[in-house]
Design a protein around this ligand. Structure first.
Ligand SMILES: Cc1ncc(COP(=O)(O)O)c(C=O)c1O
Length: 398
């Protein structure tokens, strides 16, 4: 029997670099090596107790069957209410589609609005999955580099320069993974005007919306102009805010026609997001919010420590992150050096050597479209952060 031939699209995607680094870190740990793991983008806290209880109640109450494909109406309503109350953006249930995680929502949203011949504008540094998910739709990612000097923010001028007659969508992510950058409302307002002039749509990934530090405030892109809700797909979910990465619940808020297609797509591909997780997410959104405040307080403490310690790392700089839980370290001054006997030519060499020689797991900037950098997630305990910095300091001084 002739074997299978892989479809051409198998060449379009690469395995997620963050997951690959985490897997290598796990391999070393399984050999009994103490690894300082800064690779993964997930809160290290337990899912809040009240959310856990809601899930037990759902299971015991027999809510373990299929749900409507777009999610339970009570959850969709609660999400719509969140945008109506918190963002002052009147939102109705029909606009909301609950999915198996924000990543799934992004995939389905791109499937809804992109096709072969389209171009999707992605400011770099960008989250690892964006470009591959765009390629899967047949569209072409058009990556615009932003620099450290620009605070890693896309300017309206750079956006306008990237526009062509084939431009279809701009992908925004504030607070950002990997840089932690949070655009101010004024900066986004200027971009929104350029977007409205251009006539293209926006996918605004706001998964870190509640994780901001100091005076930084998140902005829901669709709120910036009355015409934007018609051309914006907002993405968010419970993974980061409520330490619920494993429950797989995300959502999109989009014009009703797009939401309808995303619902139909989901009905064919996954039927519905997990019923128990949906009820847990409902409790997360509508229940007490103290656990979120506690997590933010802890992230704030760690962020301050990280920024102090970055100053002690030879040849490393970092734009202070205003949101999310990442520090994006500029390690390019070490390129061309030999560290622990290994010649370091780029961010991949840097991260692989830091892991094998210092047992510090970071993710190479190249995976985020930003050679010269390494992403450090501070969603890990203070003691690992302290020991990890000690190890990194010794490694860089070697
Ligand atoms: C910017 C960004 N968007 C989306 C996601 C995916 O979130 P979820 O776990 O809900 O699929 C992540 C997770 O790392 C992320 O960093």
């Amino acid at each position: 029997m002739a074997g299978f031939r892989l479809a051409g699209r198998s060449n379009l995607i690469a395995p997620s670099a963050t997951l690959a680094m985490a897997a290598e870190a796990r391999r070393l740990k399984s050999q009994g090596i103490e690894v300082f793991d800064f690779s993964l983008g997930e809160p290290d806290f337990d899912t809040p107790q009240n959310v856990q209880e809601a899930a037990f109640k759902a299971i015991r109450g027999g809510q373990t069957h299929y749900t409507p494909p777009a999610g339970l109406p009570e959850l969709r309503k609660a999400i719509a209410q969140h945008y109506t109350d918190r963002e002052k953006l009147p939102t109705v249930l029909e606009q909301v589609v609950v999915s198996n995680g924000a990543k799934h929502s992004i995939h389905n949203a791109l499937m809804a609005v992109c096709q072969e011949g389209d171009e999707v504008i992605i400011p770099a540094p960008y989250w690892v999955s964006y470009s591959d998910l765009v390629k899967l739709t047949g569209a072409t990612p058009v990556v615009i580099q932003t620099t450290e000097a620009e605070g890693f923010k896309l300017s309206p001028e750079k956006f306008r320069q990237a526009l062509t007659p084939r431009s279809r969508l701009l992908m925004m992510n504030s607070p950002s993974n990997p840089t932690g950058v949070v655009y101010t409302r004024e900066e986004l307002q200027a971009l929104a005007e350029a977007v409205l002039e251009s006539g293209i749509g926006v996918l605004s990934d706001e998964i870190y919306e509640q994780l901001c530090y100091g005076s930084a405030r998140p902005t829901c892109f669709a709120t910036l102009h009355p015409d934007l809700p018609e051309r914006t797909i907002t993405i968010s979910g419970v993974s980061k805010t409520y330490a619920m990465t494993g429950w797989r619940i995300g959502w999109s808020v989009a014009p009703a026609s797009i939401s309808k297609f995303m619902t139909d797509l989901q009905s064919q591909e996954t039927s519905n997001p997990c019923s128990v997780s949906q009820l847990a997410a409902l409790e997360a959104i509508t229940g007490p919010q103290e656990s979120v405040e506690e997590m933010i307080a802890e992230f704030t403490r760690r962020r301050a420590y990280v920024l102090e310690r970055v100053k002690t790392l030879p040849g490393v700089t970092c734009v202070p992150p205003d949101g999310a839980f990442y520090a994006f370290l500029n390690v390019s001054s070490h390129f061309g050096r030999t560290l622990k006997g290994v010649h370091i030519a780029n961010s991949t060499d840097f991260c692989l050597t830091a892991l094998s020689q210092a047992h510090v797991a970071l993710v190479m900037g190249a995976a985020f479209g930003a050679e010269g950098y390494a992403r450090m997630s501070f969603a890990t305990s203070m003691s690992i952060i302290e020991k990890g910095f000690d190890a990194l300091e010794r490694f860089l001084s070697s």
